[in-house]
Structure formats: C-alpha cells, structure tokens
Design a protein. Sequence first.
Length: 188
Amino acid sequence: MQNKENNEVKICTRCKREINCYDKTCYYCGEEFEVEYPDERAAYIQKNIGTYLRKFNKIDSGDKASSWNWCAFLFTVDWLVYRKMYKLAVIVLVATVVIDLVAQLVFFSVISNELAASLLSNFVTIAYCVFIGIMGDRWYKTRIDKLVEESAGIPDEEKQQHYKKGGTNIIAVIVMVLLAGTINLLLP
Ligand SMILES: [Zn+2]
C-alpha cells in the first residue's frame, strides 16, 4: 500500500503506526518483521536495503531532485570503494587530484592574497563533494541495475556467488585510509 507521498508503507502489527514497507524493525516500537524484498536489487544492495530501495524507487518515478546521499558527500571516494564502485572510485580520485592541482595553480597565481586563494580552493573542494553527494545514489543505482541485468543470464544455483559482487567492502576502505595516511606521512 502507498501513503500520500507515494511511499510504500505498511502498518506495524504491534503499535499500528505507519512505517516503511522495507523496514525490518518498527521505528516506533521496535517490533521486528520478516521482510520480503520485491525486487532483486535487494540481493545486491545488502546493507541499508530499505533506504536504497526507497531512493531508487524515487529516482525511477522521476523524482530525481530529492536524491541526496550524505555518505557520498562526506566520504566521497571512500564511500565509492565501500559500495564496490571501484572504477568510479579511481576516476573520482584522479579527478580530485587534478581539480585540486589546477585550482591551486590558478588561484595562487592569479590571486596574490594567499588566504583568499586557499578559501577559493576549499570552495572548489566542497563543490566537488556536493556533486558526489548529488550523483551518489544515481551512480549506485546504475551499478545495481547493471548487476541485476547480468544476473538474468545466470542459473539460479550460481546466483548466490553473483550476489557477492554487490554488498559492501569495509576492508578495502580501511586499507585505502591506511595507505593514504602512510603516503601523507612519507611526503615532505
Ligand atoms: Zn510498531
């Protein structure tokens, strides 16, 4: 069933309040539910399934303006790696370095005031993070949709294996953060 805002909802069996149909636990009273996810995307999302299905459905319904991803905004490349979008992570990382270098070069050679230049350069960085916050859900949806498309040609007994291409990778994030820290330490 749907509420006024076209969100898929259900009524909690214990407290009778309206909650999201993908929620495994009632937000109000803590009642737990068995949730059957309606589409195969859930098998690839694995973590925060309800949140992402809700975001994806919004994008599908054309309500694109409202999609904003705080994790993508705050953690940018780390978030991309966490959600296993490795190719995109490399592209974004390279772009970050290039944009940062160009911004520094341009601002510091054009503007004689060092404070103003560094403020501008910080502004560019923030704008860049905002861009990733806006694009995050869309990039992730593209990836998940592609995995679901691939899975159509895979026999049922091999699907569990294929689902592992989705999910999250916290180990890779930790390794990356440690590497970045080491590089920072070694730089003069
Ligand atoms: Zn409840």
